[in-house]
Design a binder for this molecule. Structure first.
Ligand code: ZN
Length: 279
């Protein structure tokens, strides 16, 4: 029964041209479909016997979910993306690649003006060299794309109970100079509070970094990664698996911070997206 329906769908597929991307109908699925900078676009790729591949125009592989009846690409939209039409490239087995357009709406993120003593903003030459080395290393970590992709719903559990700031995307201006926007969620919690994995994953990096302090990265497959910063304790090593809900590190105030909290980032196809969309 199932097979014949699939075969019928695939038969008609060869004859028709697929329309421009539309949102998949399952509104209750996680992450929430939000086509703005810092959001996630869920693009319908239609039916196909085998999982299609999808990539950004910069050739970054995208997470593709679903089954033969309906495949979807989940596209992390960087905070730096320009509103307007964007495209992804889709490749089905035995068919030529096609481009799928979608529209990114604009979103206004709040701006925070901060005045600090000049010495606190400008790094020393040594600190600058260290930061540059770490930046290159972290870019490599962020490029991780592993198989298999996660299955089905991507709902995450909050890693730490506590007051969640809504500061994702906040544009920070230090002494009139624009800095990178805030690319994660801050959760207020005391030093030592256990951090629990919001979904199952593999540890791909741990370390102590200049800005981020004690840090752990988890890989959930298909380019979906999560990062935890300012930790006081790290209980895992790269290569280990953690289960959903398992403690793997603890909240702290390490790195460049003013007080203890968890900084939590979610990365999809190398773009930092709003973790709130996955809760
Ligand atoms: Zn933060």
């Amino acid at each position: 029964m199932h097979l014949s329906r699939r075969d019928a769908l695939l038969g008609t597929l060869a004859l028709m041209t697929l329309p421009a991307a539309r949102s998949a109908p399952e509104a209750a699925l996680s992450p929430r479909d939000l086509h703005v900078p810092g959001g996630v676009a869920r693009l319908s790729l239609g039916p196909a016997a085998h999982r299609p591949q999808a990539r950004t125009l910069e050739d970054v592989p995208l997470l593709v979910l679903g089954d033969a009846i309906e495949w979807s690409a989940l596209v992390g939209i960087p905070l730096s993306a320009q509103p307007g039409e964007a495209r992804v490239r889709v490749l089905h087995e035995n068919r030529s690649a096609r481009e799928l357009p979608y529209v990114i709406a604009s979103k206004h993120y709040r701006e925070q003006q901060l005045k600090v003593a000049p010495g606190q903003v400008d790094l020393s030459a040594d600190d600058m060299a260290r930061y540059e080395r770490e930046r290159v290393h972290l870019q490599g970590v962020m490029a991780t794309f592993s198989e298999p992709p996660p299955q089905g719903d991507l709902r995450m559990q909050v890693p730490v109970p506590g007051r969640r700031s809504s500061s994702f995307g906040l544009r920070r201006v230090f002494n009139g100079e624009k800095r990178n926007p805030h690319s994660g969620m801050d959760i207020a919690a005391a030093t030592g509070t256990p951090v629990k994995a919001p979904m199952a994953g593999r540890v791909i990096d741990t370390g102590h970094y200049f800005f981020n302090g004690g840090t752990v990265w988890l890989d959930h497959g298909g380019g979906l990664l999560t990062m935890y910063c300012h930790l006081s304790a790290i209980d895992v090593k790269a290569g280990e698996m953690v289960k959903a809900g398992e403690r793997f590190c603890a909240v702290g105030a390490t790195g460049r911070v003013t007080g203890p909290h968890l900084h939590w980032s979610v990365v999809l196809n190398r773009a930092m997206v709003d973790p709130g969309l996955f809760l």
